[in-house]
Design a protein around this ligand. Structure first.
Ligand SMILES: [Fe+2]
Length: 366
């Protein structure tokens, strides 16, 4: 990749393929002190107020900089490195490859929480791990004074829901969700009825004095890739039909329509939703419904299979951070008479982890 000049025109050359860069595209990137605020890196001018047919009067390439004088008299010295960066995969987080895993995945990394952890290189490693596997576990996270909120807000910002800023997971009388009972919870994703669905769930174990109550995780990415390979028709219908997810309680009715396997613009994995307590398949022609029900049954079999699930018990101070768009989580049953099981949970969104990761990459020059 390189920048080339010809006749007051600037070109971007990639593998012999040459494309002209619009002069306005360069003019927008003018970055002197009069044009960009030093501290915030935000523009001090509004490009929509400029003439769009701006021309380049003079241009030169010198010592890694593009020196341009524009038709409106503005002079700019732009780093060619910075320009080239914009032609490559500049959002590195989006290109962290997901690694498939199943029940054989035993040696996942566990990070030990320390003072000032959020600004350390280890936090960067932890977040990379999170994007690769969909979850991370931290040990020795302080359990006093709802430290969970402090933890979440040190990565980004808590995503508040109608369950509050955080929720206490313990069995309680008259629960408005099965999570607040001691019943086993089959693998599910949280809050598929919200728009948008909270991206990341953080669960912090405060007490776990019961024999059962283990946490379970399943990789929805691995399962949906498996379904695509082995049952393409099922994969297709689950990624096309939008079902209604619904949650009601005394004060709110939450509903959203979405695919159980959501693909991105390129047809690649984006999100899974699975919560058989809350989904309503739309009315469709009988044959199509029959196919849909078979597909849902198959993916449910995969999600609930011993071959896909990892299981571990959280101890006080353990904190599990999981991707709610990728992973399904659940728990085994427990007997509340044996002791206390108390977890606190909250949500954050991808902008938190992505923003933190990019900040740490910049900080440590990685
Ligand atoms: Fe849940």
């Amino acid at each position: 990749m390189k920048i080339e000049l010809n006749n007051n025109k600037v070109f971007f050359n990639k593998d012999g393929l040459k494309k002209e860069i619009h002069p306005f595209w360069l003019r927008e990137r003018v970055n002197g002190d009069n044009f960009v605020d030093k501290a915030t890196q935000q523009r001090l001018f509004d490009p929509t107020e400029l003439e769009q047919n701006i021309e380049i009067h003079k241009v030169n390439l010198l010592d890694g900089f593009l020196e341009v004088t524009f038709g409106d008299g503005v002079f700019a010295k732009l780093s060619t490195q910075d320009i080239l960066k914009e032609f490559s995969k500049n959002n590195f987080v989006k290109f962290i490859e997901r690694i498939e895993w199943d029940s054989t995945f035993k040696d996942f990394k566990i990070f030990e929480f320390k003072e000032n952890f959020f600004e350390k290189k280890e936090m960067y490693d932890a977040l990379i791990n999170f994007y690769e596997y969909g979850f991370i576990i931290f040990k020795k996270v302080p359990t006093k004074n709802n430290f969970l909120i402090n933890f979440a807000n040190s990565i980004g910002s808590v995503r508040r829901t109608n369950f509050g800023e955080y929720f206490n997971v313990k069995s309680k009388p008259k629960p408005n969700d099965l999570a607040y009972t001691s019943l086993p919870l089959a693998p599910h994703t949280d809050n598929p009825y919200r728009n948008p669905v909270p991206c990341i769930q953080i669960l912090h174990c405060i007490e776990n004095g019961v024999k059962g109550g283990s946490s379970t995780l399943v990789d929805g990415f691995t399962v949906s890739e498996k379904l695509k390979r082995e049952f393409p028709k099922y994969y297709k219908i689950l990624s096309e039909v939008k079902v209604r997810f619904k949650f009601i309680d005394q004060s709110v009715v939450l509903e959203d329509w979405a695919e159980m396997i959501k693909l991105d613009e390129e047809g690649k994995f984006k999100q899974v939703r699975f919560s058989p307590r809350l989904d309503f398949v739309p009315f469709m022609e009988k044959k199509k419904l029959a196919l849909y029900y078979s597909a849902r049954k198959k993916i449910s079999e995969f999600y609930n299979s011993d071959k896909q699930r990892i299981q571990f018990k959280l101890s006080p101070g353990d904190l599990l951070m999981m991707d709610n768009y990728r992973l399904l989580h659940g728990r085994t049953t427990y007997n509340p008479d044996e002791g206390n099981r108390f977890l606190q949970g909250c949500y954050i969104d991808y902008d938190s982890t992505e923003g933190k990761l990019k900040h740490l990459k910049r900080k440590f020059n990685l």
